[in-house]
Design a protein around this ligand. Structure first.
Ligand code: B1M
Length: 210
């Protein structure tokens, strides 16, 4: 459909105003909110994610596309709620205690939202007990831990331990990431998965929720 192709192209190009206009135009033309989401916006974010993974696009470009996605979602969300489209899963994500880096985390959040997930952002410097409290409150499928410092990655282990202490560990999948984090480290601390970048994080999250 021409309008969805245009929406997808504008979203990939990060054109916020055009995306907003195209979402509205598609809805006005009678396209269902679900088709606007899946055939227009999610399809576009998949292209962006794939190109980012392949090294054909860089962080600023992905951020622009993610911002355009956000702007479009503001219009689409109420319509999706009206038509009862369920998110593919729910994740809570934060940067671990002692760590204030959030650029990568925010990128992961935007990409997950682009992938159809409901995401609760716990922010930065999130203590293990705050992650545990958020799991109780929001009952997510996934807990995402981000860390950028070699001095703070041990807090990932502490967070997992806290989830165990509060009998919450079996209720969630724990995903870890950030520049100093590796698959070997993720295995060592008992995380369910590691992803090196935001696009892989979406693939992993989708695997987690089946
Ligand atoms: Co800081 N910093 N910083 N810093 N900083 C690094 C990380 C550092 C490598 C710089 C260096 O020395 N070369 C170094 C860490 C060294 C180490 O630990 N071995 C460092 C340091 C030392 C520090 C301070 C201690 C400096 C000081 O004050 N003496 C201090 C610490 C503050 C604190 O946190 N308590 C500090 C402060 C800062 C700023 C505040 C100035 C700023 C952060 C601003 C912000 O985030 N709002 C900052 C920045 C910007 C950086 C660098 C330059 C860039 C980090 C970044 O945003 N990268 C960084 C050096 C570098 O990397 N070149 C550096 C871009 C981002 C998109 O990538 O975060 O890796 P990244 O995210 C990727 C993946 O890792 C992955 O997906 C993302 C997208 O593809 N990913 C996940 C991330 N989280 C994920 C979670 C997942 C899955 C994937 O699942 C949940």
């Amino acid at each position: 459909m021409e309008i969805l192709d245009k929406l997808s192209a504008d979203l990939q190009a990060g054109k916020v105003e055009d995306v907003v206009q195209n979402v509205q135009a598609a809805l006005n033309a009678g396209v269902t909110p679900e088709d606007v989401l899946t055939k227009g916006m999610l399809a576009a974010m998949e292209v962006v994610g794939g190109k980012f993974k392949a090294g054909e696009l860089y962080v600023p470009h992905v951020l622009m596309a993610a911002r355009a996605m956000h702007a479009g979602m503001e219009i689409l969300k109420p319509k999706l709620v009206e038509t009862g489209v369920e998110p593919v899963g729910k994740a809570i994500i934060g940067t671990v205690a002692g760590d204030l880096h959030d650029i990568g985390k925010n990128l992961v959040i935007m990409m997950l939202q682009g992938g159809g997930f409901e995401v609760i952002d716990l922010g930065v410097d999130v203590k293990p007990e705050a992650f545990a409290a958020a799991v109780k409150e929001h009952q997510p499928n996934i807990v995402g831990l981000s860390a950028l410092l070699t001095t703070t990655i041990p807090m990932m282990k502490k967070t997992i331990e806290r989830l165990k202490e509060e009998s919450l560990r079996d209720k969630v999948k724990v995903m870890v990431g950030g520049a100093p984090v590796t698959q070997a480290f993720a295995d060592e601390i008992g995380a369910d998965g590691f992803s090196a970048d935001a696009a892989s994080a979406v693939d992993l999250a989708k695997e987690f929720v089946g």
